[in-house]
Ligand binder design. Sequence first.
Ligand code: GLU
Length: 470
Amino acid sequence: MLRKDSVRVRFAPSPTGHLHIGGLRSAIFNWLFARHHNGSFLLRIEDTDLERSKQEYTDSILASFAWMQIDWDEPLVIQSQRINRHREIAAQLLAEGKAYYCACTQEEVVARLSQVAGFDPQFIKYDGYCKTRKLTAGAIRFAIPESTTTVEWNDLIRGTISIGHDQLDDFIIVRSDGTPMYNFVVVIDDADMRISHVIRGEEHIANTPKQILLYQACNFLLPEFAHLPMILGPDGSKLSKRDAATGVFEYKQQGYLHQALFNYLVRLGWAHGDQEVFTKQQMIEYFSLDHVGKKGAIFDQNKLDWINGVYLRETPDQELLDLILKDVCPTLRSDVPQWHDASLLLLINIYKQRAKTVAELVSDIKALYKKPAAFESADIAQWITADAIVHLKELNTVLGEIKTFTADEITAKLKEWTKLKNIKIVAIAQPLRISLLGKSSGPSVFELMAVVGKHETLERIAHLLQSVEK
Ligand code: GLU
């Protein structure tokens, strides 16, 4: 029977590694589903694999949630603390004859199966050897009810899924050392947490029939199931570290904004028409599993960069500076000691108009601080003509006359001077940009000159002239 009360969903990471973006996307979909339905979003740490689970990973997963500003309702559930409850249900299933002890080793099972014609070593299906032996110790296996022909459910994303009896065997629910297995504990925990919808990655489809049989054996109300499509790399295979950073924290360090990553991941598998940028409120309002696709979603770095740029331009400069100093480059102030925060804020404002990440802002700022180590040769060939050299030499005096070296004063002075000389402003703006940055592409040069200051601007012009006249 299906559970039909309020919407309660969960995200259940195993603390055997840092949170990766596939997991984060599942968490986001669950969170939006809960918020859309005014339901609850719960978090459970699945740490029953004691050898591979580490506290540092739990801390790191929670820190990723904090960074992404994904909140959860009710206290965190720690699976290992529920071991007595898991044992209680195991004992109940044993007492009811729905589970049995098994003493077979994998080798023994394989040795027996290999005697049978058509044995497939890829699918070791337990042969039920211990089912009638009435052992009192060993691993505990779930006895698939004899009446089972198929297990079927209506997946909210993929439609009807049916798994035949031949695909299932009496699987282990508690290892011989007493530790319970994933498929068993997940059912008990989801049932006790009154989870109404299990929304998780499609790699769990093969687990779902086993879990459904356990729900039935335990007389628990069934949740709905929804299996999300995988995130794929550009070649259509499973996303790997080669294709993209997979750890959530890598995005933080690389200067992505959490709002942008959230927005990007929501669109990975879910669509609302062709809208790309959403407020949180809109995502909550529009989100529905009906618009989650079945096909794998291809990770597109360019799109993530584009969305991040959109959010970057909307973020106040002071907020970006605070974020740089906190997460991306805590040493920024001492890396550019001549510049005060006012200059940094101005540069952030200038550079965020075209940057894709906060890390790019930092490298733009640091690059401007240093004299160019080299000049782009194509730019030199195009812009540093004989005329330009004459102009740059004259500019030394003209710029030297400006009292307060602000962008407005520089612009006014250079407009006046180019008019007098009857030359286009670009004919000097480009050579000036090359002297400042080493290349002709970049933001408004007069603003950059104001930040760099009069003395340094003049030095950079001299440096360019020296290098072309060599
Ligand atoms: N701990 C499991 C995982 O990390 C959770 C699976 C589930 O959501 O049921 O894959």
